[in-house]
Design a protein around this ligand. Structure first.
Ligand code: ADP
Length: 409
């Protein structure tokens, strides 16, 4: 297989397929979009071309296969598309959430890989099955085009046992795979690489703490490009306070609630869907912008939600600073990390003890673009780095296919 020039990136969810097309010679994004409400009433296609031209319309599709066909038709539409022929797509990269312990790297998708993704569905029941549906949809619509799986867990494979094991009998790890896997790996990897690049320092010379703060949120300690700690666990429920997830909680709370008569599904919904900013602020929104706006109007619970969010993050950063034996760079990414000077300021003001000094003016100006937001003399440098998981998936896809062609030569 030759080095692919046009790569399609797919992120398939239970009722949506997000996609992006890249020209890999210059890493230019040609188009991006989403088909949403698949198999629900009133499905929609949103499609944006590199020149800003966009489409947002109701479509009639009822399955992932039909959504995939629609995406391909749109990409080659003579009026609104970006490709002359679908044969220009030379490889497809798929976001796959769980690669278990088996996949340390991105991999070419074969029947065996698909069987593993299916097998790991017990660990990621909400994500792996739709990811697999996306792969099968591409296989049926673009037969013969190589597919690559890029796992959210892979970057965390370097976690040492002291970090990934839970303090329960070892047989639960052996029999059931109960351990920390970590998630958001593609984002943490992208920002670690991009930050080293931006600072002009080799990744092998940096100790970094990367904070991905979006609807889901996680923090990772990266030493010389290798993950040594991360805040999400066996599932993405652990760690930071998130949009609707509680993050760390005493497991005794779960037992207590079950003994009070709640079912496992009810506790699942409570902790995954009704907690975090949504549950604490109580303003009917999990969006940090709404929570900040309410807090600024004097809403007490919204203020509390923000302080809990900040407090938990600061606790993790402090712990990871120690785990790393000191850190050089603190990176903010994800919707909140990239766009909220307000939150970054509250976090960094609590990190003076670690030698992190905020440059308030630079922080205010750094919205959605790479920037150093600490002072020149700050011992711990703070950086804003927008993530680009899709580009990372496209790069990994090219790397896997190119390595493959080297092997087969
Ligand atoms: P996802 O995890 O779904 O990919 P994002 O990374 O886009 O989500 O992050 C979404 C979060 O980013 C939301 O909580 C949103 O409120 C927050 N966000 C986006 N812009 C801002 C902003 N200017 N200030 C504060 N939060 C913001």
């Amino acid at each position: 297989m030759k080095r692919p020039r046009i790569v399609l990136v797919i992120n398939a969810g239970s009722s949506s397929i997000k996609f992006m097309v890249f020209s890999m010679e210059d890493e230019k994004m040609l188009a991006r979009g989403i088909v949403e409400r698949i198999a629900l009433p009133a499905p929609r296609l949103k499609f944006v071309r590199h020149d800003g031209r966009h489409v947002d319309e109701e479509v009639s599709i009822g399955s992932h296969d039909e959504a995939m066909r629609l995406i391909c038709d749109t990409l080659v539409d003579p009026d609104r598309g970006v490709l002359k022929s679908i044969a220009e797509v030379e490889a497809v990269g798929h976001r796959v959430v769980h690669g278990g312990e088996k996949y340390h790297d991105s991999t070419l998708i074969t029947e065996e890989v698909k069987a593993s993704i299916r097998e790991f569905s017990v660990l990621a029941p909400l994500h792996n099955p739709p990811n697999l549906k996306g792969i099968e949809a591409v296989e049926s619509v673009l037969p013969g085009v190589p597919n690559v799986a890029v796992f959210d867990t892979a970057f965390h494979h370097s976690l040492p046992p002291a970090a990934y094991l839970y303090a329960i009998p070892y047989e639960y790890y052996e029999k059931f795979g109960v351990r920390k896997y970590g998630f958001h790996g593609t984002s943490h990897k992208y920002v670690a690489l991009a930050t080293a690049d931006y600072l002009g320092t080799g990744l092998d010379r940096l100790r970094m703490i990367t904070c991905h703060l979006g609807n889901g949120a996680s923090v990772t300690a990266v030493s010389q490009g290798r993950v040594v700690e991360t805040s999400m666990g066996m599932t993405p429920l652990a760690g930071l306070v998130m949009g609707t997830r509680c993050g760390d909680i005493d497991p005794g709370v779960v037992l207590y609630l079950v003994r009070q008569g709640m079912s496992a599904d009810e506790v699942d919904r409570l902790l995954n869907k009704k907690s975090g900013l949504l549950g604490v602020a109580g303003i009917g929104s999990s969006d940090m912008r709404d929570v900040i706006a309410a807090a600024e109007k004097g809403h007490e619970k919204a203020s509390r939600a923000i302080w809990m969010f900040v407090h938990r993050l600061v606790s993790y950063i402090g712990a990871y600073y120690a785990v790393l034996g000191g850190a050089d760079v603190l990176v903010f990414t994800g919707g909140i990390g990239e766009n909220s000077p307000y939150i970054r300021e509250r976090v960094i003001r609590n990190l003076e003890v670690l030698g992190c000094a905020l440059d308030a003016a630079k922080n205010e100006q750094a919205v959605g673009r790479p920037a150093v937001i600490s002072t020149e003399n700050s011992r711990l440098k703070a950086v804003v780095m927008p993530t680009n998981e899709e580009l990372m998936i496209a790069r990994e896809t090219v790397a896997v296919i190119t390595a493959q062609s080297g092997e087969s030569r």
